[in-house]
Write a protein of this length. Structure first.
Length: 335
């Protein structure tokens, strides 16, 4: 009986110690997370305040410039919309991809080719395939994207904010940008998975996957129906829901064009967003369907990717050493 009593006391003492240890751990965790959250919030507020301060300081300049531009076009809203939603983003797309195509075709400057993700691929790029990609991209822009701007224009007119003489604040633009990105992620992920269904893949999406090692211009090398559903609508929907200003639309469209070009470019360049995620999709077909990767994580469509070296390299490169050198592929085992 005494032994049982001692054993019971010992068990209760151990249990009490474990509870105290758990409670201490929870307090430490709460303290660390709380402190981290406060620091993060303070930092974000400071950065946001600093950027807003710069914006406010130069606000008069931007506001005056916008009004001069607005009256230069004699308040012709259709011309302003066409310039902001079509011409400027297209120039951003072809300007950025023009630089990339020089490296793809000539292999120069050589320092860029060191950052190629799939080593030995597109070295140099097949010029016949490249011409076909350029032709298809131009057709998609002129015959799909451009006509889609017509209904968008009238939706924006209905909202009544798009051609306001007053520019949106910097904070509001950041809010819009966050919403645009979230909407694009949802629409792109599910339409992209849709075109991966066997029947649709065979007749529609297979065209885009002709490039297992993509280049920048391939971002809009796609079947017309896919370009409409997966490329154009996800980007246009956010501004149409929010009734955004034409300046916000121009910035968002240009940013969307450049980021999708980066994700397809085939180079993991310093200080730019990592293209490893979407490059892996072109390599393996059934992984990494989204843009941000959030829905891929929730649906488990990135599990294979997370077990690869590509996942370790999926971060912003903050040095000049290519990640293919600092995090090389594991050597293949001899048969």
């Amino acid at each position: 009986f005494q032994m049982k009593r001692d054993s019971g006391c010992s068990t209760m003492a151990e249990q009490q110690k474990q509870e105290e240890k758990l409670w201490d751990t929870m307090k430490i965790t709460a303290y660390v997370l709380g402190t981290g959250l406060l620091i993060f919030t303070a930092l974000m507020n400071s950065v946001s305040w600093y950027v807003q301060n710069i914006w406010d300081t130069s606000g008069h300049f931007w506001q005056t410039t916008w009004l001069k531009f607005y009256y230069l076009f004699d308040r012709k809203e259709w011309a302003i919309f066409l310039l902001g939603a079509a011409l400027v983003p297209s120039l951003a797309f072809w300007g950025f991809n023009g630089i990339l195509m020089v490296a793809d075709v000539t292999g120069k400057p050589t320092f860029i080719t060191r950052y190629r993700i799939q080593l030995g691929k597109n070295d140099p790029v097949d010029t016949k395939k490249l011409r076909q990609a350029i032709y298809t991209a131009l057709c998609n822009q002129f015959f799909i994207s451009l006509p889609m701007l017509v209904p968008m224009f009238y939706i924006m007119k209905w909202w009544g904010n798009t051609f306001s003489k007053e520019l949106p604040t910097f904070h509001w633009f950041l809010v819009e940008l966050s919403i645009f990105t979230l909407i694009e992620e949802i629409l792109f992920y599910y339409t992209h998975r849709l075109v991966h269904l066997p029947l649709l893949y065979k007749h529609i999406h297979k065209k885009h996957h002709e490039w297992t090692a993509p280049i920048g211009v391939v971002s809009i090398y796609a079947h017309p129906l896919e370009h409409l559903l997966s490329n154009t609508l996800p980007v246009m929907t956010g501004p149409m829901i929010m009734g955004s200003h034409i300046v916000s639309i121009t910035a968002w469209f240009s940013l969307a064009f450049i980021t999708t070009s980066i994700s397809h470019c085939g180079y993991h360049l310093p200080f730019l967003p990592s293209p490893e995620f979407h490059d892996f999709h072109h390599l393996k077909f059934n992984q990494c369907y989204g843009v941000l990767g959030l829905l891929d994580y929730l649906h488990g469509t990135d599990t294979v990717f997370r077990q690869t070296k590509a996942y370790e390299r999926h971060r912003v490169l903050l040095s000049l050493t290519p990640l293919s050198e600092s995090i090389p592929e594991a050597p293949k085992r001899a048969d």
